[in-house]
Design a protein around this ligand. Structure first.
Ligand code: DGL
Length: 264
């Protein structure tokens, strides 16, 4: 294993940066490629077949070109749909991101958990299986919040977020039967922790959030134990489509240590 072989984190957009932030804390020396399929963003409204085809095809190309030591699918939508398929076709270790229902079930006192994700994620059998296995005795309220994906992308470009977008996402859970008892919310889309402060202010102090990022970072540490890391060039962001917004996104990317932008 070359010391400069990168970790490749993949998302449809900037959401996976919430995972990268946790990876940086535990593996500061690891070379990273942050890959965003901005040409396919958003994944949430797409069909399972479309997401699976994009994710398998793109990760195949990226893995041939950049030879990562490990791939992290830093996207709940892509992982809940395509994780098994990607593992079938690529020889590199793959770490997925799945809704943190287990820790939420362990944390809740009221027994009512909210799940905020994309439309594609919240309907996945993968989520049904997690709910049956870890939260069978809990009430799990699901809500698709595609507007939060758009808001998180806008925020990283330095734009102001419309508070009504946050309010609508919260109401989508609160207004369901039992919503008033909810004390734990799973942020089941990697874009959503980027809006943590707005969501926390909107839900109020009685609600805690859980997401998978820290657990994923620990898993990556485990899978790379004993390996050495050295950067032979600066970490970079890799996009699937050239975009005039790159200049507005560059400062946010740089704050995550991604000082260059490349296009696949
Ligand atoms: N960040 C992605 C996730 O975790 C999805 C956003 C999207 O492309 O709709 O599900």
């Amino acid at each position: 294993m070359d010391a400069d072989a990168p970790l490749l984190l993949f998302d449809s957009g900037v959401g996976g940066l919430s995972v990268l932030a946790e990876v940086r804390k535990v593996l500061p020396d690891a070379p990273v490629i942050y890959a965003a399929d901005n040409g396919g963003l958003p994944y949430g409204p797409k069909s399972e077949a479309e997401v699976a085809a994009r994710v398998c095809g793109l990760l195949g190309r990226m893995s041939e070109r950049y030879r990562p030591r490990l791939i992290c699918i830093a996207c709940n939508t892509a992982s809940t749909i395509a994780l098994a398929m990607v593992r079938d076709v690529l020889a590199v270790p793959i770490v997925g991101t799945v809704p943190a229902i287990k820790p939420a079930a362990e944390r809740t006192r009221s027994g009512t958990i909210g799940l905020l994700g994309t439309a594609a994620t919240i309907r996945q059998p993968y989520v049904d299986r997690l709910a049956a296995e870890f939260a069978a005795d809990k009430r799990l309220l699901r809500h698709a919040a595609p507007e939060l994906v758009t808001a998180a992308e806008a925020r990283l470009r330095g734009e102001t977020i419309d508070p009504a977008v946050i309010a609508r996402a919260i109401a989508g859970l609160r207004d369901q039967p039992g919503g008033a008892e909810m004390d734990t919310v799973v942020l089941a889309c990697t874009h959503f922790p980027l809006l943590h402060d707005e969501l926390a202010a909107g839900f109020g102090g009685g609600v805690a959030f859980v997401d998978g990022a820290a657990g994923i970072a620990r898993r990556i540490v485990h899978l790379t134990q004993g390996q050495s890391f050295a950067r032979s060039h600066p970490d970079f962001a890799l996009f699937t489509r050239r975009d005039p917004d790159f200049t507005r996104l560059a400062p946010a990317l740089a704050s995550y240590g991604l000082t260059q932008i490349e296009v696949l």
